[in-house]
Write a protein that binds this ligand. Structure first.
Ligand SMILES: *Cc1c(COP(=O)(O)O)cnc(C)c1O
Length: 354
């Protein structure tokens, strides 16, 4: 062993889904939106000039935070933006989880939580989902250093009611509770309405899923002024200019077009509900997803074999080689046309098995 090796921080990194290149690929593996960003985003992108890139962007990200504050009817000093919600969540871990006591999150959940906890040396415990993959609020009643969970949860797609979310928050008023609402727009009720009552609540959302802008990297947190100020302090201690100019300008355009946002979500939700019926007919079972993906297991087919067979066909879905998850595939809702390609392949694959 070389002497410097004793001083290295070793981490097991998060593994993002593949981004395959090439035409004809049906990409249902990273929960991206199959529809393009709002027309105003396209227009504004064309109007960006090379001169705009010469100067530093606005470090306060004022236009974007102001626009989000209007949209969600909070004050601008209650909004914090970052480079995707991954960036916002990482800063929240740094800012809020310093008690030395273990933080709690579900055992089956967004796998980045564990990675950040390990990267930042934050102790953690996981709370197992029940047999039906549901989060049990009682598991979060014990003493802890903070709580985080996605609602809807990933990769199950299951939504907790607002009453259950409040139950967790009200039992944890000594610590910060982060609700990761990456998929809330696909059918859930946001915890935003609880903000008035709980100063320990932080809600994190993203432009990557419902707003069709994963490539732009925009995420945000909404919370009380105090929490937002603490996040700003961490950001300014790290990198004053996390948000580049195109994301500030294009993100603002995306928020302005509420009609496009709602229409796109409705299309995805319609396709999701049709997909549920089709998959059921093909012998799949799944938790009742309220997100833009379905976590499905087949009564006969092995998920890992099906995953490989789909990939050979250019159809990418997500497979997690993990206890309790190894029989499932996480299938992102694409366009109707993309889903038809998936169904056609599944029909022939499962037909040949019989
Ligand atoms: C996609 C996702 C995120 C991160 O999205 P960004 O692209 O970094 O905004 C965070 N949490 C969950 C649960 C997600 O699925």
């Amino acid at each position: 062993m070389k002497p410097w090796e004793a001083n290295i921080r070793r981490v097991v990194p998060y593994v993002p889904g593949e981004q395959p290149k090439g035409s004809g690929i049906v990409k249902l593996n990273t929960n991206e939106n199959p529809y393009p960003p709002a027309p105003g985003v396209r227009r504004t992108l064309k109007e960006l000039s090379i001169e705009d890139l010469r100067k530093y962007p606005d470090p306060t990200a004022g236009a974007l935070t102001g626009c989000l504050a209007d949209y969600y009817q909070v004050r601008p000093d209650q909004v914090f933006v970052g480079v995707g919600s991954d960036d916002v969540l990482a800063m929240a871990f740094l800012a809020f989880f310093n008690s030395g006591k273990p933080i709690i999150f579900p055992d089956i959940s967004y796998s980045f939580y564990k990675v950040w906890a390990e990267l930042f040396g934050i102790p953690y415990e996981t709370a197992p989902l029940d047999e039906e993959f549901l989060i049990r609020p009682e598991d979060y009643y014990r003493e802890n250093g903070g709580v985080i969970f996605p609602n809807p949860n990933a990769p199950t797609g299951l939504l907790m009611s607002l009453e259950q979310v409040e139950d967790v928050i009200s039992h944890n008023q000594d610590v910060i509770v982060i609700v990761d609402e990456a998929y809330i727009d696909f059918g859930g009720r946001s915890a935003l309405e609880l903000l008035e009552r709980y100063e320990n609540l932080l809600i994190v959302q993203t432009f990557s899923k419902a707003r069709s802008m994963a490539g732009m990297r925009i995420g945000f947190a909404i919370g009380g002024r105090e929490l937002i100020k603490l996040l700003q302090d961490v950001k300014y201690s790290f990198n004053s200019y996390t948000m580049n100019l195109p994301s500030l300008v294009l993100g603002t355009e995306a928020v302005r077009d509420e009609k496009y946002f709602r229409d796109t979500i409705n299309r995805i939700v319609d396709t999701r509900e049709r997909t549920k019926r089709r998959l059921q007919g093909l012998g799949f079972s799944f938790p009742d997803s309220m997100s833009n993906f379905i976590f499905a297991a087949h009564e006969k087919a092995s998920a890992s074999e099906l995953f490989e067979a789909l990939k050979k066909e250019g159809i990418y879905v997500r497979y997690f080689r993990q206890p309790r998850l190894e029989n499932y595939l996480r299938i992102t809702i694409g366009t109707d046309e993309e889903m038809e390609k998936l169904f056609a392949f599944l029909e022939s694959y499962l037909g040949n098995m019989a």
